[in-house]
Structures are given as structure tokens and as C-alpha cells.
Design a protein around this ligand. Structure first.
Ligand SMILES: C[S@@+](CC[C@H](N)C(=O)[O-])C[C@H]1O[C@@H](n2cnc3c(N)ncnc32)[C@H](O)[C@@H]1O
Length: 276
């Protein structure tokens, strides 16, 4: 069977099961060693039988078990960096790339910033910052031992020196920082979410008490003694909580500048608090 015949057949299956055809394309292309956009260049080639069996096995995990493609492959991409992922860590998201881009833009003229990433998961944020700013000193913390092991493996794969620390927020953190960056769990416990996410990604990375606001309150409250006089706090936020988040910002940092920034779809996604 050619790649084209195979793709058409699997595409039909995806449509009949109401599954994403883009996910099918990624699985076929990545497992064949092509880029997702290059699959078309190989359409006339025959799929080796062994490869076909391997792809069919992966597709059945997607079609039948509803597993996310990134967990099936065992990796994902974040800001162009290939990162190992497993069900112990959140799959890094494009909105988090925006968070990192904004922080990098604001650090353009800052020499050797000290950065802390709270709730590092796969290490995506910390690794992308260290990759772009080799002179920065980056500490990344998480409460999950397994997540930290994956994050460390990812940093080692990219030969980046990052200090990883098991910590309940700041509990094991010493020192002060120029930048605090975090994408904390922020889905309210009662909130309805995509079953693909709820059934597969780690609950400890998704859900937070206080209708999703718990970690913002704790991070802002605990961060004060860990910030240098000029600081940037940058956090990913849920799209519908501007007012309570502004209130929390004002409570803990009454004299700082507060911004809520929107993504390309005009949804509030990022909160920045600065004192500079
Ligand atoms: C939404 S995920 C973000 C992962 C990664 N930073 C990203 O953006 O892809 C939140 C992370 O916070 C971690 N976490 C949850 N509670 C924590 C706590 N009390 N202290 C430190 N990390 C925590 C979770 O284990 C998870 O890895």
C-alpha cells in the first residue's frame, strides 16, 4: 500500500470516529520519519510492512484509547525544541510559547537574569529560556519527582544547565530572582474540560482549588521574599478570570504595574506584574 492509500484510509476512519485528521497525519508522518508537511512528498512510495504495523498500533491507541498523539509518540515540540513527554507531565501548549516569547522580549536588555520557573512539568519554559538566554541562571521547581526527572532529561538532551528542585512552590527555594515565570494548574475542580485532557493529562498539572485561582494566590503571596527589587512576574492565566486575578495582584503587589495580555484570538492568557 502506498502512503497516499494508507493516509486516505486512516483519514476516513478518523472522520467516521469524529477524531482529528491532523493527529492521524502527525502520527503517520512522525513514525515514518518525515515532517508532517513532508508526508505528501512520499505519497507514491510503498509503506514497508513493519512500518505499517507500527503505525496501525499507534493509531489504535489514538482511535480506541483516546490517547493524545504526543504521549503516543513520547515527545512534543516547544519553541522548536523536541521534548520528551509522558502522562506524568502536561503536554506543552502554544499559549505557553507566547508567555515565553513575551518574557524573552522583556529580557532583551537584561544581563544574566536569575529566573525561576514554578511548576516546570516537562521543563518546557525553563529549557526554552535557557536555550534563548544562555547567560541566564535558571531554576525550575516542581512538586512531582517524575516530572522533574523528565525535565532534567530534556535539559540534558539539549545540553542546557538548569537547576531542578523538588519543591512545593517556594518551600525548598532559597535566593532571589529577577524573573518568576509560571504556568500553574488553573482549571477549577468543577470545570467541564475536553475529555482528551481530563482523561490523559496529570490532574496535579491541571486542577486547582478556589475556582482555579489557588496557585496564583499562593505564588504571589510567597514570591515577595524571593524577588529582586526590579522584577518581572509572568504567569499564564485562564481566559475568564481577569478581575479576580487583578485583585490578587493588587493585594500582594499594590505598587507594581499589572498587565493582562491577550493571545492572537484576543483571549486573556498572560498576567505580567513588574516593578521596574
Ligand atoms: C500546568 S502544568 C505546567 C507544566 C509546564 N510548565 C508547561 O507549561 O508545560 C503545572 C505544573 O505545576 C506542578 N505543580 C502542581 N502543584 C505544585 C506545587 N504545589 N509546587 C510546585 N509545582 C506544582 C505540576 O506538577 C505541573 O507540572
Amino acid at each position: 500500500m502506498t502512503y497516499q492509500e494508507f493516509w486516505k484510509k486512516q483519514r476516513e476512519t478518523a472522520l467516521s470516529l469524529n477524531k482529528e485528521t491532523s493527529a492521524v497525519k502527525i502520527l503517520i508522518a512522525e513514525l515514518s520519519g518525515f515532517g508532517a508537511n513532508d508526508l505528501y512528498c512520499h505519497f507514491d512510495e510503498e509503506i514497508p510492512e513493519e512500518k505499517e504495523r507500527e503505525i496501525l498500533k499507534a493509531l489504535s491507541r489514538y482511535f480506541e484509547n483516546g490517547e493524545p498523539v504526543q504521549y503516543i509518540l513520547g515527545y512534543s515540540y516547544f519553541m522548536g525544541l523536541k521534548l520528551k513527554v509522558s502522562p506524568a507531565v502536561l503536554i506543552p501548549r502554544p499559549e505557553t510559547e507566547l508567555l515565553v516569547e513575551i518574557v524573552l522580549e522583556r529580557l532583551k536588555d537584561v544581563l544574566s537574569p536569575a529566573v525561576i520557573d514554578i511548576g516546570t512539568g516537562s521543563g518546557a519554559i525553563a529549557i526554552a529560556i535557557k536555550d534563548q538566554l544562555p547567560d541566564s541562571q535558571v531554576i525550575a521547581v516542581d512538586i512531582s519527582k517524575i516530572a522533574l526527572a523528565i525535565a532534567k532529561e530534556n535539559a540534558d538532551d539539549h545540553r542546557l544547565s538548569i537547576q531542578f528542585l523538588e519543591s512545593d512552590l517556594f518551600s525548598s527555594v532559597t535566593g532571589t530572582f529577577d524573573v518568576l515565570i509560571s504556568n500553574p494548574p488553573y482549571i477549577g475542580i468543577e470545570e467541564e474540560i475536553d475529555p482528551l485532557v481530563r482523561n490523559n493529562e496529570p490532574p496535579g498539572a491541571l486542577f486547582a482549588p478556589m475556582e482555579g485561582l489557588y496557585f496564583y494566590e499562593q505564588i504571589l503571596k510567597q514570591s515577595k521574599i524571593h524577588l529582586n527589587p526590579k522584577f518581572i512576574i509572568a504567569m499564564e492565566i485562564p481566559e475568564n478570570k481577569d478581575e479576580p486575578l487583578k485583585e490578587l495582584g493588587k493585594t500582594f503587589f499594590p505598587n507594581a504595574k499589572m498587565e493582562i495580555l491577550k493571545d492572537y484570538a484576543h483571549r486573556s492568557r498572560i498576567m505580567i506584574i513588574t516593578n521596574q
